[in-house]
Design a protein around this ligand. Structure first.
Ligand code: GDP
Length: 179
């Protein structure tokens, strides 16, 4: 993750969580600007297949960081994520669905799978915050879990694009701090 000759950084980021929590939608919204739409994604497409996204962001005060963003591409359904997927990740977005309690309860498992010898930076993401009436996890308990795991908690929506930029910026900031 060393700076390139022009002073810019390149960070490898992985997005983890149960199937259907919205990982691909979050990535498409952030990397390709494909937010909104009835289901939360402008172009409904199956998760399996697309696995890599990239976007360059500004890192205050002067730098830039190219984020290489990796999706599990459906592997999480079979719990067959390889060790090499976790290795060399500088940052991890741990995503659960605010309307799906089980996806929240599985977060510690995902965390323990991803935390290796050189722990990456983490952000806990409670996704689909637009579905207010179906909410199954409070901000307070998610905040408690995040604190106990030593990370920040952010609520996002790919439907409204709420906090999507902020979640990735927060993670990139955490990576930079750890350098
Ligand atoms: P993945 O399996 O974790 O990659 O999840 P997907 O990105 O495929 O999304 C699973 C389902 O949740 C799809 O039907 C999406 O349209 C929907 N979804 C994703 N993000 C949001 C969101 O922010 N709000 C709402 N209401 N639905 C979403």
């Amino acid at each position: 993750q060393a700076p390139e000759p022009d002073g810019h950084f390149q960070f490898r980021i992985i997005v983890l969580g149960d199937a259907a929590v919205g990982k691909s939608s979050l990535l498409r919204c952030f990397a390709d600007g494909l937010c909104g739409g009835p289901g939360g994604a402008a172009t409904p497409s199956p998760t399996v297949g697309v696995e890599f996204y990239s976007r360059t962001i500004l890192m205050p005060p002067t730098g830039k960081a190219k984020l290489q963003l990796w999706d599990t591409a459906g592997q999480e359904r079979f719990r067959s994520i390889t060790r090499s997927f976790y290795r060399s990740a500088a940052g991890v977005l741990l995503v659960f669905d605010l309307t799906n309690r089980a996806s929240f309860e599985h977060i510690p498992d995902w965390y323990h799978q991803a935390v290796g010898d050189q722990p990456p930076a983490f952000v806990l993401v409670g996704h689909k915050c637009d579905l207010v009436a179906e909410r199954a996890v409070s901000a307070e308990e998610a905040g408690h879990l995040a604190t106990s795991l030593g990370m920040t908690f952010v609520e996002t929506s790919a439907r409204s694009s709420f906090n999507v930029e902020f979640a990735f910026q927060t993670l990139a900031g955490g990576i930079q701090q750890a350098l």
